[in-house]
Design a binder for this molecule. Structure first.
Ligand code: 13P
Ligand code: SF4
Length: 330
């Protein structure tokens, strides 16, 4: 069989499984093109959380990373949530824990990104709370269910400023992304205490990459994600979430765009704007965890009802409070 024929037959099998299981497939904007193409809903973290919360299907197949499937389980506890690739995690989410050492790979990042951390690996969210008693915690959805359960409210890249502004306190702790925290700091008068995590995929782009891309495409608008470093944000024409980028590029009168986020977004950008041109800011913008999920993984998980993600009630209830609080105000 040709590759196209294989893809077509996998698509057909997934359609059958969707019917027999009464399943919905949710895919993040960074997924492989062929995976996005079988999804019922493709979106950013906020859109997918909303979709998970309101679905009446029995099974949610989450093509994304672990924290996303956890959020679906938190919001829809009576559904079976499947994560097709069980090892698809988020290194940024692993940079903050409630108990036990966090995963920072600090020697690796010191060498590759020249980046250091403020706190030791043993420093937990509980230590942060003890250091700043009474200061509310805003947790980016890119965190584990256990971390959400210890937080006051969640946020995504599309609503962080609104969430921060919704709190009555003047000082706020934002976890785990230092770059999203810098983005919010610039847009609020509140004092933000930032955790020291970051996204490996977005942290690796630099101001030099923006300069080089602008030289190659002098008429292009530069659109970047708030997970990018601050000097990259400073050179952008627009900073927003993945679905915010889709809206911005569609509505813009410009025809060329340099895109500073994971390359999977270009699939939808190109499909939805066939007359416009999109260029990835750097070829290094690939999230290996987002790319783990293939059509074969989806078929395997659905056929065997494999890789069920279920958040225990004692964690789910406080984590849901933080997610619901965000969903109520945005
Ligand atoms: P959004 O799609 O919500 O902008 O999230 C980006 C991301 O890095 C998800 O892992
Ligand atoms: Fe995590 Fe970054 Fe990958 Fe998103 S792109 S899943 S934040 S590592």
């Amino acid at each position: 069989m040709t590759d196209n024929a294989t893809t077509a037959s996998l698509h057909e099998r997934i359609e059958q499984l969707k019917k027999s299981l009464n399943a919905i497939i949710l895919a993040h904007n960074y997924q492989r093109p062929e995976v996005q193409d079988i999804a019922d809903i493709t979106g950013d973290s906020l859109e997918l959380s909303r979709a998970a919360a309101r679905t009446d299907h029995d099974v949610i197949v989450f093509c994304g990373v672990h924290f996303m499937a956890e959020s679906a389980s938190i919001l829809s506890p009576d559904k079976t949530v499947l994560l097709p690739e069980i090892d698809a995690g988020c290194p940024m989410a692993d940079m903050v824990t409630v108990e036990g050492p966090r995963k920072t790979r600090r020697d690796f990042y010191a060498k590759t990104h020249g980046i250091s951390f403020t706190y030791p690996d043993e420093f937990t969210l509980r230590d942060m709370k003890n250091k700043y008693p009474g200061v509310p915690i805003v947790a980016y959805v890119n965190t584990s269910a256990a971390v959400k359960a210890e937080s006051d409210i969640c946020c995504t890249s599309s609503n962080v400023v609104k969430v921060v502004e919704s709190l009555k306190e003047d000082t706020i702790i934002c976890i785990p992304d230092r770059n999203l925290s810098s983005f919010a700091t610039r847009r609020t008068s509140k004092k933000i205490i930032a955790w020291d995590g970051f996204c490996n995929t977005h942290q690796r782009v630099s101001a030099e990459d923006v300069k080089a891309a602008k030289e190659r495409h002098p008429y292009a608008r530069v659109v970047v994600h708030p997970e990018c470093p601050l000097d990259v944000q400073d050179m952008a024409d627009h900073i927003t979430s993945t679905s915010g980028m889709l809206r911005y590029c569609k509505e813009s009168k410009h025809n060329e765009f340099i895109i500073g986020t994971e390359e999977g977004l270009l699939h939808r950008l190109k499909a939805e704007n066939p007359d416009k041109a999109f260029f990835i800011l750097s070829d290094a913008m690939v999230c290996p965890n987002m790319k783990r999920t293939k059509l074969e993984s989806v078929v395997r998980a659905m056929e065997g009802t494999e890789h069920v993600i279920k958040v225990p009630e004692e964690t789910r209830i406080p984590a849901k409070r933080a997610l619901d609080r965000m969903l109520e105000i945005t």
